[in-house]
Each structure stands twice: as structure tokens, then as C-alpha cells.
Ligand binder design. Structure first.
Ligand code: SF4
Length: 315
């Protein structure tokens, strides 16, 4: 993958994250089948306890909420997705990266972002509602959002080696796995996936792009994607990574059978906690305050959450 004039950061990402050399691991052919059996066996009780017509839709936020606070897990069940500046920023950044990569880097980050915004706002078939959300913003807020998104896309362009077509880039790539005769569905959308497996030899790299500070939970999110990728493609990725746009750092994890097994256990535990929270009365939910409280839909009426937040703010 020769590329002239790599910056030290690009060279580091190329050598350490993207193409670390050595043999890619070969996994047993039945690995996806075995992991899925483990998952389905663990889900039987939860699926069996669901009311007729009820089903669970589980993504990374649900699992994370279930492991954080019962109240937050409960709220996730009732919360309807709404566009906000924060989630729009993430989606627009990925679309900008996608457009830039798709153009073979002939489009500059700022133009890629301008194009994405213009297309979304003139889309007559605005199925996600993002175009309408953007149109509803004031011109100043939209310009500020566009600048932040361009900043994120530019940072990716500066710190990552060029992602060429031969790397088989997939941006915002969706994965979905349905278990227990449709009663439990897992879904996720990896920000960036590169390369592909060859036979049972792993080859895929999955990367999440983050604009905030470093946090362990981000690597857990990508472990979840690694599991979904294993179910869908039947071969695990060889590696997962989180790229922090603000610091340029890119922690990675090599994917092993042990890592996938522990992810199955974490997911199962999360689904059980989630289902338990869904069936409780609001006043019976255990509250475990954390830094996530201000983003929780129950925050306004949650005394432990508000106290925790107040105490943290006073520090
Ligand atoms: S505000 Fe905090 S403690 Fe309260 S339910 Fe939400 S996450 Fe839990």
C-alpha cells in the first residue's frame, strides 16, 4: 500500500492499525455457528418470557445502558430516536468521510460536507428525517454544525492513510442478526470496515470513529460489532479499533475466540438486565448514577441521578 509523504501519524496508523504485518488468524469454520448456539441458548429464557407479539431490539446503547443503570435501560425501551446536534454530527461526519473516500479523495473534506448537507436538505425522500432536522436549524447553528463536521472529516483525512477502493471500504455499514425465531434482534452500524476475509482466514478491520474523549466503553461497542460481523460473515474480523479524531489515538484489540466468547457473555448479561428493567415499575428500578445521568431521559425526575450530577459539578 505505498503512499508518498505519509505523516508520522498516518504511517503509525498504517503500520500499527491497518497493516500490522504477520499472518492473519484463521478461525475454525464453525466458529459463528458455535457462538450463535451459545447466544441462542442463553436467550431462550428471556425470549420465552416475552409476551405474545413482544420482541427485543438490541443495539450497543441498550447493552451499555443495561450494564450501567436499570433506570437508563428502562428509559431506552421507551425512548424514541430523535435527531440532535450530537447524533447528527456523528452521522454527517461519517457521510462526509464516505463521500471523500468514494471520490478517491478528489473532493476536499469541506466540499464533501457541503455536498452531504445540500443533498440531505434537498432530498425529497428523506426517510431518516435528518434532512428535515437540518432544515429546522437556524442558519447560524447549521453553519456551526457544518464547521464541526468538516473539522472531523479533515482530521480523518489528515491522520489516516488514504483509504483506497482496494481496501474495500464500508462506511456506516449495517449488521443485523435475528435470534430466537425473530423475538430478539441485534443490530449495529460500524463506522468503518476495511478489507475482507479469505476463506476462514480473518482479514476485516472494524473501526469506530469518535470525536469525544477516550473511554473503555467505546472498545466494548466495537467488540459488539465484531460479534455481529462474525455472525453475518461467518468469519470474525482480525482486529477492531477506535479512532479518536481529536487526539489521533487509535487503540486496537486483536480479535480472538476468547474475546468473542466473552462478548457473547456480556451481551447475554446485558439482554437479561434489559428485559428485567423493562418489566419493572418505574419506582422499583434500581438507580445507579454515573456520568451518563444528564443524558438519561429520566434525569429530570431522578433524585439519585440529579444529586450525583450536582455533586460532580461542584467538584
Ligand atoms: S438519571 Fe442516572 S441514576 Fe437516574 S435513571 Fe438515569 S442513569 Fe440511572
Amino acid at each position: 500500500m505505498p503512499e508518498p509523504d505519509l505523516t508520522p501519524r498516518q504511517a503509525e496508523i498504517l503500520d500499527r492499525v491497518v497493516d500490522p504485518g504477520g499472518e492473519r488468524p484463521t478461525f475454525p469454520e464453525a466458529i459463528a455457528h458455535r457462538l450463535r448456539e451459545e447466544l441462542e441458548a442463553g436467550l431462550l429464557e428471556v425470549a420465552g418470557a416475552l409476551d405474545d407479539g413482544d420482541s427485543l431490539f438490541v443495539g450497543k446503547q441498550v447493552i451499555h445502558a443495561a450494564h450501567t443503570c436499570e433506570g437508563l435501560a428502562y428509559a431506552r425501551d421507551y425512548e424514541r430516536f430523535r435527531w440532535s446536534l450530537a447524533n447528527a454530527r456523528g452521522t454527517l461526519s461519517h457521510r462526509g468521510v464516505q463521500r471523500m473516500i468514494g471520490s478517491g479523495y478528489s473532493i476536499a473534506p469541506l466540499d464533501a460536507v457541503r455536498g452531504v448537507l445540500a443533498d440531505l436538505m434537498s432530498d425529497d425522500d428523506d426517510r431518516t428525517g435528518l434532512g428535515a432536522f437540518l432544515q429546522g436549524l437556524s442558519e447560524g447553528t447549521r453553519a456551526e454544525l457544518g464547521a464541526e463536521v468538516a473539522d472531523a472529516v479533515s482530521k480523518f483525512a489528515m491522520d489516516w492513510p488514504r483509504v483506497g477502493a482496494a481496501w474495500l471500504p464500508r462506511v456506516e455499514t449495517s449488521m443485523r442478526v435475528t435470534c430466537c425465531e425473530g423475538r430478539v434482534t441485534f443490530s449495529g452500524k460500524a463506522d468503518l470496515a476495511l478489507f475482507r476475509p479469505r476463506g476462514s482466514r480473518a482479514g476485516t478491520l472494524i473501526v469506530d470513529l469518535k470525536s469525544g474523549g477516550e473511554h473503555d466503553r467505546n472498545l466494548y461497542d466495537v467488540r459488539f460489532y465484531a460479534l455481529l460481523e462474525t455472525f453475518v460473515r461467518r468469519v470474525p474480523p482480525f482486529r477492531i479499533a477506535v479512532h479518536y479524531l481529536d487526539s489521533g489515538d487509535t487503540p486496537t484489540l486483536d480479535v480472538t475466540e476468547d474475546l468473542l466468547r466473552s462478548e457473547v457473555r456480556r451481551v447475554l448479561d446485558g439482554v437479561r438486565k434489559y428485559q428485567s428493567a423493562r418489566t419493572k415499575r418505574l419506582d422499583a428500578l434500581e438507580r445507579t448514577p454515573s456520568g451518563l445521568c444528564p443524558y438519561c431521559p429520566l434525569f429530570g425526575d431522578c433524585e439519585p441521578g440529579r444529586t450525583h450530577h450536582r455533586e460532580r459539578s461542584e467538584l
